[in-house]
Design a protein around this ligand. Structure first.
Ligand code: NAP
Ligand code: HSE
Length: 328
């Protein structure tokens, strides 16, 4: 009888143990087999939190700490803490040392691109979860879709807003629907990022770097949120066979010069493909000259759908696939 081949150990550090971080830990434990099948065991060296004493739903033996020194021994860092300044300060030296990072943090990617771009170009940044959570869109846009000349995209990219607007169609008040979206783990901290349209703008900036301009700046997006949409507006739209959606759009600028990127609430026919998906789900319509019109739709917010994309990114790292490289 041959003895089993010892597994190669990949040591991971996790930043954040909230809605997303806890599910990453559970999914790593649940899908141990997919790593073992390629000869790897993933060991989580530690999890960085603000309050290490708080009880959490994590696998037994997980080290929760407010001291980031455990990162030094990690081969891969998974960032699920949010914000910009703190994660950048933790990740920057780490990236500089040549090690890969997985992040779900579109605010960080959108607003700190000057600091992160060189690592993305080097294939060291993996961020499938940052846009449309568990629905893969960054993967295709950073690879096969480049063969086709990009024309435009139109998308619902925020689960919280989509949930709120869908609930308002049922007659629920905005404030109650927002509370429910928060309880479901969809909303940002603070939720102004969602309802003000900024989270959608972050995501649109991330996508624009794969199809329009590798240096696309977040402040190029014109942003309007859903705070001004009333129950009466939603009901009037419904009577006319229409729905309100928070729509992200990217298309060539006037006269074909530059790009026009907008986030705004729009009233569309209920039969429009972008309106057929409700609750916390997302939809993206991608138009390319050669590939034609493509539709992506699925889970866009929530702990486990987001974790599924992050663990998928970890699998890519272990296999040796590069991260998500922008246009250059
Ligand atoms: P969350 O539930 O608020 O969890 C954030 C975690 O990060 C908490 O465990 C918190 O620690 C920790 N943390 C925050 N600031 C910290 C600091 N300065 N030092 C140490 N730890 C800190 O947030 P989340 O919903 O999981 O989202 C995390 C990230 O994923 C965000 O970038 C978000 O945009 C992104 N994302 C979220 C979703 C979603 O559906 N929720 C989907 C896609 C992407 P404590 O627990 O001790 O406070
Ligand atoms: N707050 C975000 C949303 C989480 O509601 O879409 C997923 O990125």
């Amino acid at each position: 009888m041959t003895s089993p081949v010892p597994l190669r150990t990949v040591t991971v550090g996790l930043l954040g143990c909230g809605t997303v971080g806890q599910n990453v830990l559970h999914l790593l434990a649940r899908r141990r087999d997919i790593f073992a099948n390629i000869g790897v065991q993933v060991v989580v060296a530690g999890v960085l939190v603000r309050d290490a004493e708080r009880a959490r739903d994590v696998p037994a033996g997980t080290l929760l700490t407010d001291d980031p020194s455990f990162l030094q021994e990690c081969g891969v860092v998974i960032e699920a803490m949010g914000g910009t300044v703190r994660p950048l300060s933790l990740l920057h030296p780490y990236l500089k040392s040549g090690r890969p990072v997985i992040t779900a943090n579109k605010a960080l990617l959108a607003e700190c691109w000057t600091e992160l771009r060189e690592y993305a170009l080097a294939g060291k940044l993996y961020y499938e979860a940052s846009v449309m959570a568990g629905t893969p869109v960054i993967g295709p846009m950073s690879t096969v879709l480049r063969a086709s000349r990009f024309e435009s995209l139109q998308a619902v990219l925020n689960g919280t807003c989509n949930y709120i607007l869908t609930q308002m169609e049922e007659g629920k008040e905005y404030a109650q629907a927002l509370e429910e979206a928060q309880a479901l783990g969809y909303a940002e901290d603070p939720p102004t990022l969602d309802v003000g349209g900024f989270d959608t703008a972050h995501k649109l900036a991330v996508l624009a770097r794969f199809c329009a301009d590798g240096d696309f700046a977040y402040d190029q997006v014109k942003v309007q949120g859903i705070e001004g949409v009333t129950l009466k507006d939603v009901q009037e739209a419904a009577e006319a066979g229409e729905k309100y959606k928070l729509i992200a759009e990217l298309k060539p600028g006037a006269g074909g010069v530059g790009w026009e990127a907008t986030v705004s609430p729009q009233r569309l026919p209920a039969s429009h493909p972008i309106c057929t998906i409700g609750e916390g789900r997302n939809t993206l319509v991608f138009r390319g000259e050669e590939c034609g019109e493509l539709y992506f739709a699925g889970g866009g917010a929530g702990g486990m759908v987001t974790a599924s994309a992050m663990v998928g990114d970890l699998l890519d790292i272990v296999i040796g696939f590069p991260g998500h490289v922008p246009l250059h």
